[in-house]
Design a protein around this ligand. Sequence first.
Ligand SMILES: [Zn+2]
Length: 180
Amino acid sequence: MKIFRKIFNIPTKKQEIILSQEYDKILQIAEDESSKHYNKEYEYEKRLNNICPRCRATNIVDKIAQVKGEGSISGSFVLGSGSVYGSSSVDTNGVNHCNNCGHQWKKYQRSFLSKNDILIDWVNDIVSLYTRDKTFDLLKDFSAESIWKIYKTVSSQCYYSTRENISLSLLRKKFKSIYK
Ligand SMILES: [Zn+2]
C-alpha cells in the first residue's frame, strides 16, 4: 500500500497535514523574501535619488522632462522638492536635479518582486541544472510533494523548459519525500 501511495502521491491524513503546514511555511518564506527585496530596493532608491552622484549634495529636486508636440523634449521644469510622486508611479521622464551643482540624472525606479514572482523564480531555479545554493538552502527541509504543490499553483508562469522537465520524481531526487 505504501508504495502505491508514493507512486500516485496519495498522502495519509497525517501526511496531508504535514504537507499543508509545509506549503504554508513556504508561502511565508516567499512573503518574507518579497518584503526583504522591497526594503532593500526602497533604501537603494532613496540613496540614488536623494544624493547627487557628482557632488554628494542632498539638495535635490524632482524635474520632469516636458514633452511637447510630437514627442520632442523641450527643457524641463521643476516640480518642487521632496516627494512629488506617490509611491506607486514615477514618471519615466522624471529626472533628479542637484541644486548645488546643476547635475541631472535619471530617477532610479525600484523593482518589485511579488510573493508569486519569488515562487516562480524558485521553481525555475530548482529545475535548472545549476540550482543556486541560496534557493536550495531556503527549501531543503521541505518535502518534494510540497514543492510539487507550489509548482502546480505557478506552473503557467514558469519557463517552458521548467514545465518540460519538472516531475515529482525529479523533485524527489533533490528533496526528501513525505513517503520516505
Ligand atoms: Zn551636485
